[in-house]
Design a protein around this ligand. Structure first.
Ligand code: UDP
Length: 409
C-alpha cells in the first residue's frame, strides 16, 4: 500500500513558495537533532491535535522527532485535571496525598523512559516533574497550553520549582507570561488544513454525516464543539441559545468528546442531558472527525463561549471553514477574533444571544465575516507558522546541543 504524508511543500498552495523555502532552509542546520515530546494523551483536546501533524512535519524535515505519552492511573488524571483547573484560576485542595500521587506516577514514567535526545519538550503540567529525574545535558522546554491569566497562587508556587528547572517555557499568549528566571516564548497554536477535520467535504458527505446522527437541517444551525468541560461553558451556550430563540428559530448542537486525561467529561455531559429538547442536541460523538468538520462547515454560527481558553483550536477550525464564530472574550480567542471583523467577542450570555440573533438574521454579515475569518487563519494560524517558530527556537539552542551530548537517565 502506498502511504503519503503531508510535508511542508504541500502547504505551498496556502503559504507560497517563498515561505516554504524559508522553512526548509531553517531545518537544514537541525538534521542531527533528536527531539522528544511528552504529553498525557494521544487524543482528545488541542495538544494531541497539534502534536500529530507537528511531529510528522518535523520528521519530514529530517529532524528525528518522537512523541510519547505518559502513563497514569485514574487517580493521577483526576489530580492533574484539578491542577489544570487551578492553573486556569479554579480552586484546589492541594493535599500531601495529591502531591505524592502526582510525583510518584511521574517518577515511574521517568524510570521507564530512557532519554538520549538533544531536546526534550514536555507539554502541560502532567509530565512536568519528569525533569527532576534526569541528568540534564541538553535543553528541556516546558510547553504550557493552558490559560495562565490568573493561576491559583498555591498551585503555581508548588509547580514553580519544577518549571524553573527548564531552560525555556513556551506559552500560547503573551498575557500568560509569569515571573520566571528562564526565557519565555509565545507560540500561538495552529491547525493542519489537510486532516479529515479540516479538509474540504462534498455536500453529499456532509448530508450523510448529519443524517447519520439525525441532526435536523430544516432550521439554521448553531454549533459548539468542545470537550465537556466547565471552562467551555456549555450551560451558558444553552441559556444564550434559549434567549436567542425568542427572536429567531434555529437548532443548537453541542458536540463533545472525552479525552483520556480529562475525567470530568462524563459528569458534565450527564448534567447537560437535562437541557436537551427538540432543538437542543447534546451529542457525545465528537470523536467522529468528519462530523466535527461537517458541523463546523454547515453551522450558520459557531460558538466558543469559553470562560478561560488557552487558545481555542475549535475557533480556528471553524474560521478556516468560513464560518463566523462568537467567542468568549478570553485567552487565545481574543487573538483570533477581531470583534466585528471576522466574528464577535462576547462577555455575557445576553451578549452571546444578541450576536447570535444578529448573525442568524443577516446573510451578508455571515458571509463577510466568514471570508475574513478564513483569511485570518490562512495568514496566521496554519501549522507551518507554528513549525517555523519551533525551528527558530531549536536553532537558537543549536550551540548548546552541538557542544553537549546526551541526556542520561
Ligand atoms: N475536538 C474534537 N471533538 C470534540 C471536541 C473537541 O475533535 O468533540 C477537538 C477540536 O476539534 C480541537 C481540539 O479537540 O481540535 C480541542 O482543542 P481546543 O484548543 O479548542 O481545546 P482543548 O480541548 O485543548 O481545551
Amino acid at each position: 500500500m502506498k502511504h503519503t504524508l503531508i510535508k511542508v511543500e504541500d502547504y505551498e498552495q496556502h503559504i507560497g513558495a517563498e515561505t516554504v523555502e524559508r522553512i526548509l532552509n531553517k531545518a537544514k542546520s537541525l538534521q542531527d537533532l533528536q527531539v522528544i515530546n511528552f504529553n498525557s494523551t494521544y487524543y482528545g483536546g488541542g495538544v494531541a491535535e497539534m502534536l500529530s501533524p507537528l511531529t510528522l512535519l518535523m520528521n519530514g524535515l529530517g529532524i528525528k522527532t518522537e512523541w510519547r505519552v505518559i502513563q497514569g492511573t485514574p487517580d493521577f488524571f483526576n489530580i492533574t485535571k484539578k491542577m489544570h483547573n487551578a492553573l486556569q484560576g479554579g480552586n484546589i485542595n492541594l493535599s500531601e496525598m495529591k502531591m505524592q500521587i502526582y510525583e510518584d506516577v511521574i517518577y515511574e514514567n521517568a524510570f521507564r523512559n530512557h532519554l538520549d535526545h538533544n531536546l526534550v519538550l514536555l507539554h502541560d503540567p502532567q509530565p512536568l516533574p519528569m525533569i527532576t529525574h534526569y541528568k540534564k545535558h541538553s535543553p528541556w522546554i516546558w510547553r504550557c497550553h493552558i490559560d495562565l491569566t490568573k493561576p491559583h497562587t498555591e498551585m503555581w508556587n508548588y509547580l514553580l520549582p519544577f518549571i524553573e528547572k527548564y531552560d525555556a517555557v513556551i506559552m500560547s499568549c503573551r498575557e500568560y507570561a509569569q515571573k520566571l528566571s528562564k526565557p519565555q516564548f509565545f507560540f500561538m497554536p495552529a491547525i493542519n488544513p489537510f486532516n479529515i477535520k479540516n479538509q474540504d467535504l462534498s455536500e453529499s458527505e456532509m448530508d450523510e454525516r448529519l443524517a447519520h446522527y439525525n441532526i435536523p437541517t430544516d432550521l439554521p444551525l448553531v454549533v459548539q464543539v468542545s470537550r465537556f468541560d466547565p471552562w467551555k461553558d456549555p450551560q451558558g451556550v444553552i441559556e444564550a441559545f434559549r434567549l436567542a430563540r425568542k427572536e429567531v428559530d434555529a437548532t443548537l448542537v453541542l458536540l463533545g468528546n472525552f479525552a483520556t486525561d480529562d475525567p470530568e467529561g462524563a459528569e458534565i455531559f450527564e448534567s447537560l442531558l437535562e437541557s436537551r429538547e427538540e432543538r437542543i442536541l447534546v451529542l457525545p460523538h465528537g470523536d467522529d472527525t468528519a462530523l466535527v468538520n461537517t458541523l463546523q462547515r454547515r453551522a450558520d454560527v459557531v460558538l466558543q463561549k469559553s470562560i478561560r481558553e488557552g487558545f481555542g483550536l475549535t475557533v480556528t477550525e471553524a474560521m478556516w471553514k468560513g464560518t463566523p464564530v462568537i467567542g468568549g472574550n478570553v485567552g487565545g480567542i481574543r487573538y483570533q477574533i477581531q470583534d466585528g471583523h471576522n466574528g464577535f467577542l462576547v462577555s455575557s450570555i445576553e451578549e452571546a444571544a444578541q450576536r447570535m440573533v444578529q448573525l442568524l438574521k443577516d446573510d451578508d454579515l455571515r458571509s463577510r465575516m466568514g471570508q475574513n475569518a478564513r483569511e485570518t487563519v490562512k495568514q496566521n494560524f496554519l501549522m507551518t507558522r507554528y513549525l517555523e517558530q519551533y525551528l527558530d527556537l531549536f536553532n537558537s539552542f543549536e550551540a548548546i546541543f552541538r557542544v553537549n551530548g546526551n541526556n542520561g537517565s
